[in-house]
Ligand binder design. Structure first.
Ligand code: OXD
Ligand code: MN
Length: 597
């Protein structure tokens, strides 16, 4: 065992107990220094957990490959283990804490034999901020340690915090045999504990991310009266130098990361807009003493999807991932750089695919399907500070004040380009009824509408009906509540083509949102909320006919009647727990749509 840096008895006892269970050969405490990181990198190269990329072209960059059946979050193996099933709600898989610990203990038993157990003290949020939470992850994976060093603040400064407080999330992870049949991602919110075993994929094993910062944090946030949300946070610097911040929730595959760091379109550049990226995935938001909602991004890195990332979709990210990046499951080129489907360059003439096999473009498998060079969920892990648009307020303890909350989904029809809620309660209804259509990248029927309230369906660590109530209550505690909006970049025309160009042009919609927050423009009242007057969206430099803009903003009663039926069915799943306020909002919407004919 290397030197123990803590006097915290609770922490030392827990590490001892877990070591007895997992039987590692050695325990190493992570101090967070560059020296220790470099040592871990060297060891990971020796064990082939990492492959070194060309250090001239991609300094500090490495490649990692996961097992072929360990490439994404395994939601069916993810459980919320509360004493009462009802507290986990219909939105979660549930196991009793007793049987979950028992089942997992069998897999953890001796799982680290022949391996090192690393102890990673980490802070979600700036170290020492009242907004922040501390976790300690025990893991037998160097890849996990190196990723946690990017995604969170780790090491001695965090341990120092633990000298004063005893409150930390106990996170235990072992790769064990990487056997999908012995894989479990268990959350014990009542014990502030996470156990993850049998996986090496980021979303299952970087326990500070989805497991702590969303599932466990959402549970804590309800008790402590704040919000832990699956949201990006971005600052929009206006031409006069004033910066306003928005938080936005979108289900997977809707471009959250791209939006968080967009580069203003040519036509708007002349106005002098500038974007500041605070976060691309998670927001923790509290009501501060000024009565407004303030947010931090608890993470310090991006864990982004590589395929489709290029200079058109996300130029800032292309700059960000040129150094200090851990790539996972991308294609390795013969010059020791990387490639993925949807990258800037054409496919290379040959390479090694994400499973480590020789690859050439155009290859097909036995069923005749194209063989991909990179896995569709291939990732990069990179510090936020690498990003050219990284906010200068990332380490500020109170975070940033939020002017607008934006919900969104991928809808070919129904939802207009943008609309504004009438008030907080109506906004919560809009968030609670959010939905997105399945894309070809997901298993299941393409186009099928899936409800994903606040984009939190897979991440809410307790009964979602209680979560809705918590959102409603938060509005009552905020004299200066942000306005709530809904956007949809994905409306299609009769031929199924996207009408709105999206990406960088989305700033035009955000500009209108901020104008509404600052009472600069009026709006048109419709059955579903306020929509922009056509002339209030700045279209300078964008070729889009007025006709098409009208189509983007159209609210069709026939489509909303159908939508209401689906919402009703969804709400009924929560039975008596669904807050009456949301049923009232439902009835109000139904009435307004009827009145519109
Ligand atoms: C993610 C996700 O990985 O939402 O961020 O799935
Ligand atoms: Mn996410």
């Amino acid at each position: 065992m290397n030197k123990i840096y803590t006097h915290n008895k609770k922490l030392r006892d827990w590490v001892d107990k877990m070591a007895k269970l997992c039987q590692p050969d050695k325990i190493v405490w992570i101090d967070g220094t560059d020296e220790q990181r470099r040592l871990l990198e060297r060891e990971a190269l020796e064990t082939k957990e990492l492959i070194e990329l060309d250090q001239n072209k991609l300094p500090g960059c490495f490649l990692h490959r996961t097992a072929f059946d360990d490439v994404a979050r395994t939601e069916h193996l993810t459980f919320i283990c509360t004493r009462r099933k009802h507290d986990a709600g219909p939105n979660n898989n549930w196991m009793s804490p007793g049987s979950a610990y028992k089942k997992a203990r069998e897999i953890f038993k001796g799982a680290m034999a022949g391996r090192i157990m690393y102890v990673i003290p980490f802070s979600m949020g700036p170290v020492g901020s009242e907004f922040s939470k501390i976790g300690v992850e025990l893991t037998d994976s160097r890849y996990v340690v190196l990723n946690m060093m990017v995604m969170t603040r780790v090491g001695t400064p965090v341990l120092r915090q633990l000298e004063e407080k005893n409150d930390f999330t106990k996170c235990l992870h072992s790769k064990a045999q990487l056997d999908i049949n012995k894989r479990l991602i268990l959350h014990f919110p009542e014990d502030n504990t996470i156990w993850s075993v049998g996986s090496g994929y980021g979303g299952n094993v970087l326990l500070g991310k989805k497991c702590l910062s969303l599932r466990i944090a959402s549970f804590i946030a309800r008790k402590e009266r704040w919000l832990a949300e699956h949201m990006l946070i971005m600052g929009i610097e206006e031409p006069n130098g004033h910066i306003e911040y928005i938080a936005a929730a979108f289900p997977s595959a809707c471009g959250k990361t791209n939006l968080a760091m967009l580069v203003p379109p040519e036509g708007l550049k002349i106005k002098g807009y500038r974007i500041w990226t605070v976060g691309d995935d998670i927001a923790w938001m509290r009501v501060d003493s000024d009565g407004a909602l303030w947010a931090i991004n608890p993470e310090s890195g991006f864990f982004g999807v590589a395929p489709g990332t290029n200079s058109k979709t996300n130029p800032n990210m292309i700059d960000t991932i040129k150094k200090g990046t851990i790539y996972t499951n991308v294609l390795l080129k013969s010059d020791n750089t990387v490639w993925w489907e949807g990258a800037d360059e054409e496919a290379p003439s040959e390479g090694i695919d994400w499973q480590g096999r020789p690859w050439k473009p155009g290859m097909r498998d036995v069923k005749g399907n194209p063989v991909l060079g990179a896995h569709p969920n291939a990732r990069f892990t990179v510090p936020i500070k690498n990003c050219p648009s990284a906010s200068f307020r990332l380490e500020q303890h109170h975070g940033v004040p939020i002017s607008a909350i934006v919900f969104g989904g991928r809808r070919a029809h129904v939802a207009p380009l943008v609309y504004e809620a009438f008030n907080w309660r109506h906004g919560v209804f809009i968030g609670a009824t959010m939905a997105s259509e399945r894309t070809a990248a997901q298993v299941g029927e393409v186009g099928e509408v899936r409800r994903d309230p606040m984009a939190m369906f897979p991440f809410c660590g307790y009964n979602m009906a209680h979560y809705f109530k918590h959102w409603l209550n938060m509005g009552k505690r905020m004299p200066k509540a942000p306005k709530i909006f809904h956007v949809n970049w994905f409306r299609t025309d009769e031929r199924g083509k996207f009408i709105w160009p999206g990406f960088t042009e989305n700033l035009r919609v955000l500009e209108w949102i901020l104008d509404r927050c600052n009472n600069k423009v009026a709006a048109v009242k419709t059955a579903i909320g306020y929509i922009p007057k056509l002339d209030d969206i700045d279209m300078t430099g964008l070729e889009l006919s007025r006709d098409n803009l009208e189509k983007l903003l159209e609210v069709k009663s026939s489509e909303w009647f159908e939508e209401l039926k689906k919402i009703k069915k969804f709400f009924q799943e929560f039975k008596k727990d669904l807050p009456v306020e949301l049923w009232e909002e439902f009835k109000n919407l139904e009435k307004r749509v009827k009145e519109n004919g």
